[in-house]
Design a protein around this ligand. Structure first.
Ligand code: ADP
Ligand code: ZN
Length: 724
C-alpha cells in the first residue's frame, strides 16, 4: 500500500486533504509541497504525516504529491500557531496557512549570482592592474565582478580580459545574506536610571528565554525604543531571532535608522511596500535563520521564524494591528499567542496602552513597567482645553482665536505648529444650498468627500470618485454647492489665509506620491523645513518632530459619539499621541484641544494630564457593562446584493441561534454604513461572559445556520474593533 500524507491547502476547506506519496519521496510534517487540486496545482504543507482520513479512501484512488520544495519545513511551532489562529478567528486553517505561504518564489533555493574565480592559470602578461586582481583572487574564493574590480582598484575590463584568457572564470555563487547580523555592542546607549532599570528587567526576561508578557507603558518620548533595544541585543547575543511589529513601518523609516545607529545594520524589513525580490529573500532567510531581526507590519507575524527569541509589539494599542478581511485577526493578541507557543518573551510597548493590556497588567497576567518621565530635558506639553462655545472661530473658519494666537507665537519663535484633524479632503459633506441635495456615493451609504485640489468628490469606502459638478444634478442651479465641515485641505486654506508667509504642509495619505512622498514629507518636518503642518492621524504615529512646540486638535469631539464601545479609549489614545508630538526636545510646548464638550470625562482626563483617572473610569465602565476584557464580543456581518436577502439571512441566523446562558445574540441590525460597494449589510453581535467558550458555541451555531447562498456572505469577526 502506498504511503499517504495529509496536506493542508490554502483554500477555505475545513481541514487538510489526503494524497499519496510517490515512491522515493520522503515527507515529514511541515514540508512544503505542490499537489494537484482539480485541474490546478497548488502549494500546501504536510500537516500530519500519519494520514488522518486515509483509512476511508482507497489509497489507489488518491492523487500523488507532485513535488516537495527544497526549503526548511514549517516548524511544529508554526503549525500549532496556524491551527490556533484558525480556531480562534473561526477561519479555515488553510486560509491562515495561505498567509504563511504568501511568497511562493521563496520556496525554491535563492537563485545563485554570477561570481568570478581564479582557474589556476597565469596571465600571458602581468600588468599592475592584473597583478592586483590576481592577488585577491588567488585564494580561490569567488567574488562578484564589481566587488573584485572595486577591491583591486581596477576596471571591469581588466577582469573581462582575464576571463577571455582563461585566467578567471565565471562560476555560480550563492546570494549573500539580505542583512548581516546586528552587533549588540555596536553603539551602547547610556540609559538614565529609570530606563536602565527597565532595560535590565527586559534583558533578564529575554535571557531567561521563556514565555512572558511585559507591558512597557511609557509617556511619549520616554525612550521606550531605547529600552526595548536592550532586550533585542540580548536575544541577538543568545543567537535567537527577534520580531518587532510596528503599526506603520512603511512610514517610520526613522525607526530603521535608529536601529542601525544602535546595531550597526538595518533590520530585515517586511511590509507591503518592499520589492518582490527582497520579500522572497527575507522569507527564505527568516526560515533558515540567517535574518536575525525583522521589523515589520502585522503580517510579519506569519513569517516562518525558526529560532524566535523575542517579540515586540510597538504602539500595541494601534488599530492598524487589526486585519479586517478574509482572516479577521488582531496581530497584538496573536503575537502574544505566538510568544506563548514559541516559549519566548513578548513586549507590548505604548504611551497609551489598550484597556485590555492595562487590565492584564493590573491582574498580574502581564509584567508592568512604567516610564513616567520624558528623556533628557524634554517635558510633556502643557495642555489647554478651548471651549469653542466661549471662543468660537470667525465665521466660516475652524481655528479659534486662542489657537491662532498660540500658532502665531510659535511661528515668531521659529518653531513648528501642528494642526490635527482626522478628516481627509476638503469637506466631509457637500450639499446644494438651493434644493438641499446631498452628494452620496452611488455604491455605498456614505457622503462623498470633496477633494478640492483634485476637483473630485470621492467615497472613502469604495474609492468611487466623480468630478465636482458646476451645477446641482438635482435642481440644476449653478454655483450654489456648499462645503460642510472641515477636512485637512479646507483647514490649510484657512491657515494660508491667516499666515500667508508661513510654509504650510498637508500630511494626508491620499495626496498622491504614495509612501515615498509621505516619507520625504515626514523627514522635511523633522528637519524643520516647514512651519505649520496640517495632518490626519498619520501624524500621530510615533514620529519624532524635534521643533514642534504647538499642537492644536481642531475637533476633539469627532470620535466621541459614534456608538463604538471603544470610542472613549480611541479618542484618549489619539489625542494623547497627537499632543505628544510637541516638546520632544526640551523647552516649553503646548497642546490645545478645541471642543464643544469641555466637561466630557475623556477631554478632562487628557487636559488635566490625569491619565490614571481615565483608565480607572474606563476600566470601571467596561466592567459594569461586561465589555472587553470583562466579557467577549463577536460580530457577524451578513452582506448580500439586495437588502432583502441580507436581512432575511441575518434573521434566519438569529432564529437558528440557541445560545446557552452566558451568551446573548443581539440584532440583526442594519450596519451603520448600510451599503458598501453595492453590498447591503446587516450585523449581529454576540456578547459572551468570560466563563463560556465563545468560539465553541459560535462554531456550533454557524454550522447549524442556513448555508450562504447566491450573493450572501457571512463574515465572523471575533473581538471586533470596528462596528460600522
Ligand atoms: P518613545 O518611544 O518612548 O516615544 P523614544 O525611544 O523615541 O521614546 O525616545 C525619544 C527620544 O529621546 C529619541 O530621540 C531618543 O533617541 C532619545 N533618547 C531616549 N533615551 C535616550 C538615551 N538614553 N540616550 C540618548 N537618547 C535617548
Ligand atoms: Zn462608495
Amino acid at each position: 500500500m502506498p504511503d499517504t500524507a495529509t496536506i493542508l491547502l490554502p483554500i477555505p476547506a475545513e481541514g487538510p486533504y489526503t494524497y499519496s506519496v510517490p515512491d522515493g519521496m520522503l515527507l515529514q510534517p511541515g514540508d512544503v509541497v505542490q499537489v494537484p487540486l482539480g485541474p490546478r496545482q497548488v502549494i500546501g504543507a504536510v500537516w500530519d504525516a500519519s494520514g488522518g482520513a486515509a483509512g476511508k479512501v482507497d489509497p489507489k484512488k488518491l492523487r500523488p504529491v507532485t513535488l516537495k520544495f527544497d526549503c526548511p519545513p514549517l516548524t511544529e511551532e508554526m503549525r500549532r500557531f496556524v491551527d490556533w489562529v484558525a480556531a480562534w478567528t473561526l477561519s479555515p486553517p488553510g486560509m491562515v496557512l495561505k498567509m504563511v505561504l504568501r511568497v511562493p518564489a521563496a520556496l525554491e533555493p535563492l537563485a545563485c549570482v554570477p561570481g568570478i574565480q581564479w582557474t589556476g592559470h597565469e596571465p600571458d602578461r602581468a600588468t599592475a592592474a592584473r597583478t592586483r586582481v590576481l592577488e585577491l583572487a588567488r585564494n580561490g574564493l569567488s567574488w562578484t565582478k564589481s566587488g573584485l574590480a572595486h577591491a583591486a582598484g581596477s576596471s571591469a575590463s581588466v577582469i573581462d580580459g582575464l576571463i577571455r584568457q582563461g585566467v578567471l572564470e565565471v562560476v555560480e555563487m550563492p546570494a549573500g545574506p539580505l542583512v548581516p547580523a546586528p552587533d549588540p555592542t555596536h553603539n551602547l546607549a547610556t540609559l538614565e536610571p529609570e530606563q536602565r532599570a527597565a532595560g535590565e528587567e527586559l534583558t533578564a526576561r529575554t535571557a531567561q528565554g521563556s514565555y512572558s508578557v511585559t507591558l512597557l507603558d511609557g509617556v511619549t518620548g520616554s525612550g521606550k525604543t531605547e529600552v526595548y533595544f536592550e532586550a533585542v541585543a540580548e536575544a541577538v547575543r543568545q543567537g535567537r531571532q527577534v520580531l518587532i511589529l510596528l503599526p506603520e513601518i512603511a512610514l517610520t523609516s526613522s525607526f530603521l535608522d535608529r536601529f542601525e545607529d544602535r546595531f550597526g545594520v538595518k533590520p530585515g524589513e517586511w511590509h507591503s511596500d518592499i520589492s518582490p525580490k527582497n520579500r522572497e529573500k527575507l522569507w527564505r532567510q527568516v526560515a533558515t535563520g540567517e535574518v536575525r531581526v525583522v521589523a515589520g507590519a502585522r503580517s510579519a507575524l506569519f513569517l516562518p521564524f525558526s529560532r524566535l527569541g523575542l517579540i515586540i509589539v510597538d504602539e500595541e494599542h494601534d488599530t492598524a494591528y487589526k486585519q479586517e478581511d478574509r482572516v479577521f485577526y488582531n496581530a497584538r493578541d496573536m503575537a502574544v499567542v505566538r510568544g506563548h507557543i514559541a516559549g519566548c518573551p513578548v513586549i507590548l510597548s505604548s504611551a497609551t496602552p489598550s484597556i485590555e493590556s492595562r487590565v492584564n497588567a493590573d491582574r498580574g497576567r502581564y509584567h508592568y513597567i512604567r516610564l513616567a518621565e520624558r528623556y533628557g530635558e524634554a517635558s510633556l506639553p502643557d495642555l489647554h482645553t478651548i471651549d469653542m462655545r466661549k471662543s468660537p472661530p470667525p465665521r466660516g473658519g475652524f481655528i479659534s482665536p486662542i489657537l491662532r494666537a498660540a500658532m502665531a507665537k510659535s511661528l515668531e519663535q521659529g518653531a513648528q505648529s501642528l494642526l490635527f484633524i482626522n478628516r481627509r479632503g476638503y469637506a466631509p459633506l457637500t450639499l446644494c444650498r438651493v434644493c438641499g441635495h446631498r452628494f452620496e456615493c452611488p455604491n455605498c451609504t456614505t457622503w462623498l468627500v470633496e477633494h478640492r485640489f483634485r476637483g473630485q468628490l470621492q467615497c472613502h469606502h469604495c474609492g468611487h470618485s466623480e468630478p465636482v459638478p458646476e451645477a446641482c444634478p438635482n435642481c440644476g442651479t449653478f454655483d450654489h454647492l456648499a462645503a460642510c465641515g472641515p477636512g485637512v485641505e479646507r483647514l490649510a486654506e484657512e491657515v494660508v489665509g491667516i499666515f500667508p508667509e508661513a510654509r504650510t504642509l498637508i500630511l494626508s495619505s491620499d495626496l498622491g506620491g504614495g509612501i515615498k512622498r509621505l516619507r520625504m514629507e515626514l523627514d522635511a518636518i523633522a528637519k524643520g523645513e516647514c512651519d505649520i503642518v496640517i495632518g490626519t492621524q498619520l501624524v500621530a504615529k510615533g514620529h519624532n518632530f524635534p521643533m514642534m512646540t504647538c499642537v492644536g486638535v481642531v475637533d476633539a469631539d469627532i470620535g466621541l459619539s459614534n456608538g463604538d464601545p471603544r470610542a472613549a479609549e480611541r479618542t484618549f489614545q489619539l489625542l494623547s499621541q497627537v499632543t505628544g508630538r510637541a516638546g520632544r526636545s526640551g523647552g516649553a510646548s503646548a497642546g490645545y484641544i478645541q471642543t464643544y464638550l469641555p466637561e466630557h470625562p475623556v477631554i478632562r482626563a487628557i487636559a488635566s494630564g490625569d491619565r490614571e483617572a481615565f483608565y480607572d473610569r474606563e476600566i470601571e465602565a467596561r466592567r459594569a457593562a461586561g465589555l472587553p476584557p470583562f466579557g467577549r464580543l463577536a460580530a457577524i456581518i451578513v452582506s448580500a446584493a439586495t437588502r432583502r436577502e441580507a436581512e432575511e439571512h441575518a434573521r434566519a441566523m438569529r432564529r437558528a441561534a440557541k445560545p446557552p446562558s452566558g451568551i446573548m445574540v443581539l440584532g440583526p441590525a442594519e450596519a451603520p454604513i448600510a451599503v458598501v460597494r453595492e453590498r447591503h449589510r446587516f450585523r449581529l453581535l454576540v456578547h459572551a461572559q468570560l466563563n463560556v467558550k465563545l468560539q465553541d458555541w459560535l462554531r456550533q451555531w454557524l454550522a447549524e445556520c442556513p448555508k450562504e447562498r447566491g450573493s450572501i456572505r457571512v463574515q465572523t469577526d471575533v473581538d471586533p474593533q470596528s462596528f460600522v
